[in-house]
Design a protein around this ligand. Sequence first.
Ligand code: PLP
Length: 386
Amino acid sequence: MKYKFIAKRYWNFKEASLSKTNEMVKRYKDIIDLSIGDPDYPVDLSIIENMYKDALAGHTRYTEFLGDEELRKEICKSYREDCRCNYTKENVFITSGGTHAMYLLLESILDEGDEVIAIAPYYIYYEPQIRLAKGNLIVYNTLSESNFEIDIGELEKTISYRTKAIIINSPNNPTGRVYNENTIKALIDLANKHDFIIIADDIYGALNFTNFKKPVCSYDYKNERIVTIYSYSKDYCMTGFRLGHIIADEKIIECIKNVNESVNFTINAMAQRAGIYAIRRRKEIQSGIYEEYRKRIFYAYERIRNINNMEANLPEGTFYLFPKIKGTGLTSEEIWEKILDDAHVLVLPGNGFGEAGEGHIRIACTVGIEKLKEAFDRIENMKIFK
Ligand code: PLP
C-alpha cells in the first residue's frame, strides 16, 4: 500500500494468497476449509502437561541465546539415533518455527544480490523471505506432467557465480513430492562443485509415505554446505507453539544467533520445553499422525481420480494434494473462487506457489475423512467437474 508512513520498499509488497483466506473463510457459514496447512490432529497431551509442569517450575524466563540447552542436546541425540548424524549443541539454533528459521538463515548468509534457487512450485514465503534478506530468487520450474522431477542438468544451468544457496523441500509443499536418493546425491555433488549451500527444509519429514526417508543431512552431515531447517508445526501438529530449529556449521549458527538477538532476542521458553517432550516421544506421537494423514491423503487422491478435469499425482508425502485443473479452462484463481462459491470449499490457488503452480489448486487434508468426503461430494457435483 502506498502511504507516506510506510517504507517505500513495501508499497508494492504483494499479499500472499494465504492471508486472503482469513476473509474468504467467512464468506459462507458452511465452508469446509482445506486451505491453510494447519493440521487438526490434537497435540499429544503429555507434551502440554510436561510443559505446564516446567512452567510452574520456573521455565518462564529468557533462555540461552542459542536456545534451551536441554532441547538442543535432545535434538542432537535424536539426529544421532535416527540418522547417525553426530551434531553438537553448538550446531543447533532454536527458532520460532520454520518460517522464522528460514528468514534468519537467509539474512545470515546472503550478501545483497546473492542468488537463491528455489524449485517451483515452492512454499509461498520463500520469495518474500529472499527479498527481505536482499537476495534474488532464481526459479527452477518443475511440471506435474513429469511428477515435479528435477532435471539436474537443467538445474545446473540456473547456477551462477552469485548462487549462494538452493532450497530443497522434500516432502514438498505444495506438490507432495519426495525426491529420491539419486536426486539428493546429485544436488549435493552440485553444491560441492559450485560451492553453495543446500537448505533442506525438512518440515514434513515424518509425513513421508515413500521408501526415501533419509533427511538430506544424513547423506553427508559433516558437510558445511548442508543446512537443515526444521519445525514442530507439522510433524508434531504444534503449529501454535511456534517452534523450530536450524542445524548448521557452528560459524553460521553463531551469526544466526547474533542476528536473532536483535529480532526476537530469545524464543518462547515454554514452547522450547514442549519441544523436549515432543522429541522424547517422537516415535509414538508421529506414528499416530502419519497413519491419520496417510489415510486422508489417499482417500482424497482416490476421490480426485474420479473427478473430471482434475488430475493428481500419487501422494508421496505431506498432507497436501496439488491437482491439475487445466481441463476446466479456468485459471487457478478463477477455480479457487468458483470452488468457494459453488461448493463452499476453500482451497488455495496453485499460482500462489510460483508460476509453475498455475493450472493447479492445493488441497490440504486438514479435516477428518467425514468432512473430506463432504467436501469432495460437493466439488464433484460442480458442473465444471462433471
Ligand atoms: N516450510 C514449508 C515448506 C512449509 O510448508 C511451512 C508451513 O506451512 C513452513 C516452512 C513454516 O512453517 P512454521 O513457520 O509453522 O514452522
